[in-house]
Design a protein around this ligand. Sequence first.
Ligand code: HEM
Length: 693
Amino acid sequence: MMSYTQELILIGILGIVSSIVGLKVSTGYHIVHNEQPQAHGPNFHEFRYIHGGDQFLVGNALPTAGADTSSAPQNPFLLVANPPPAPPMPGRVTCANPPAICTKSAYRSMDGSCNHLERAGLGVPNTKYGRLVTPKYADGISAPTRSVTGNELPSARLVSLVAFGEQDVPDPQFTLHNMQWGQIITHDMSMQAGGTQSKKHPTRCCTDDGRLVGLDIAHKTCFAIIVPPHDPAYSQVGTECLNFVRTLTDRDSNCQYTGGPAEQLTVVTSYMDLSLVYGNSIQQNSDIREFQGGRMIVEERNGAKWLPLSRNVTGDCDAIDPNEVCYRAGDVRVNQNPGLAILQTVLLREHNRIADALAALNPHFDDRTLFQEARKINIAQYQHISYYEWLPIFLGTENMLKNRLIFKAPGGSYVNDYDSNIDPSVLNEHATAAFRYFHSQIEGRLDLLSELRSVLGSLTLSDWFNRPGILEVGDNFDSLTRGHATQPEELTDINFDRQIKHFLFRRNMPFGSDLRSLDIQRNRDHGLASYNDMREFCGLRRAHSWEDFGDLISPKTLDALKSLYDSHEDVDLTVGGSLEAHVAGALAGPTFLCILTEQFYRTRVGDRFFFENGDKITGFTPDQLVELRKASMARLLCDNGNNIASMQPAAFKTISGSNPVVPCTNIPQVDLTKWIDQSAHPSTDHSILFGKK
Ligand code: HEM
């Protein structure tokens, strides 16, 4: 085995960071990865960190194959070498209840049912993720993946520390809104069952001070992440484990299990239908809809319109004061971080902006027609922005054209590519591995910018998880929106910002969780096929030795992997896929690109309501399609800030000579007069009502 030494230098800076609103104690520190000459035997991971002016050098010896593993950290939840398969726990998940017969409607249902007219339940909440490659559970049924040697896989936290970095490398090309839109798409398409994804999980596998809960009392769904000794962050506070609760599967459901290995469930519609804005069921929607003028509920505070308030502030947010702002929306994750809450607000305001415009153009429209027409336009604009402005950055324009994800469709021409043979379900490999690679784009410092784009201040991400009230202070909403449109995202690479690597959801504690560790552990929880299996599925060469990964992974990174895993067959998909060199013009290597391309093909072609379809009942007129194709992220931000007057035309891209900030009035707008109901007003010219802003 080749030698490998990695040094992590961690500089602790515990200080008071006073933001412009005069808030918060913040913990920040810096880790740098350095190549060092071989100083110890193989599999020796050395962490050096500087804290409070003192420098510590500690080592973490990892077990090698055949070596004495008695001192290595073991996961007690996996201690039995060949455990009997866990019994199913039926009845823990709500059953999807699609209608038996579908009638063709002009509008999508709230829960996605009847999008497929024969298989009404495709893509609805509480159904299984799709899967490309057979799962790799340790017991063939549901137990988390183990090494092919039968050993436990290396601790997910150790892999996160050793295989991934945390350097701050700004992306010269793309803005923070580019990252943030990705999370919007994620929350629209999937949410694993049984978790909160941002709030403290009620099931505790680790105590609040990071000690393992005894196996005798731990819940069956516990699969805690074991922290290696001498962890550069957590050892400072004695944290031994990170809470992790397994996703519920078809085996936990009365109505999904049809035998075979466990399949995880997702609790939102899989379609790109803005379910995060409108909700995933009629009940959820009724709770956030005004039922007047086609509008969704907004609440006015300090002269602006905001998302309605949660009815359970201390439950839904990390609120210190029950009067703190905490939102209610179509998706429970709405409060998770400020950038997400901004875009949820923007998309909600856009709905009401469209509904009000349609009401003025068509005074005879009732609430339902206004609501459904505004929703349909909002979703179409969102799909257009996602497929034609956002996805090309990630998947590459040429790749998308070649694979028929986008088309050079002129003007108002239709693309009738709906295929009822395509299953629109979100793929487990996509949601649990490939799409999470873009967690690398997250930036831990959020700048507040003036209209002239000068920096007014900044926020530290971990101070504001689940505390969206910061958006309503002063001019913060607009300042952060401009900040996200100006500030570069983090480069899509092996580095994950320290704010999410040690401080995720820290809730005023010195440290929080580690998102990269959660991603890796989730890969094992879901029993995803290995990186090598997935390579083969994607038409790449199957590796027969470590060296065979060298076609896509650098020698230095391969050394890191060798020191962690017993065998090249063990490399988790989440890990291997994130370490590949990118395909030219895309933000992922070939394996993830293959998964992402497949997913977004299915999401388009499996959606009967996709906005480019020319169906007489569900589609738009050619005139309307011409307008929808003008929708842009820049215009969305211009129209739905509190008072944003200028923006660069390509808001996912950084400001430059070819993408300068211009007045909002210079950015094309969708002309809603094309939605005048001609049967009611055959010859009226209403364009005067909707002149450019
Ligand atoms: C500040 C920004 C973000 C934060 C704090 C965040 C945090 C999280 C957390 C805590 C989870 C659940 C982890 C688990 O328990 O397994 C998650 C899941 C996920 N995240 Fe993020 N995320 C962010 C941005 C993004 C972005 C930009 C993308 C993609 C472009 C993304 C894609 C995903 C996906 C696909 C999942 C799985 C969704 C599912 O349940 O099916 N996230 N994220």
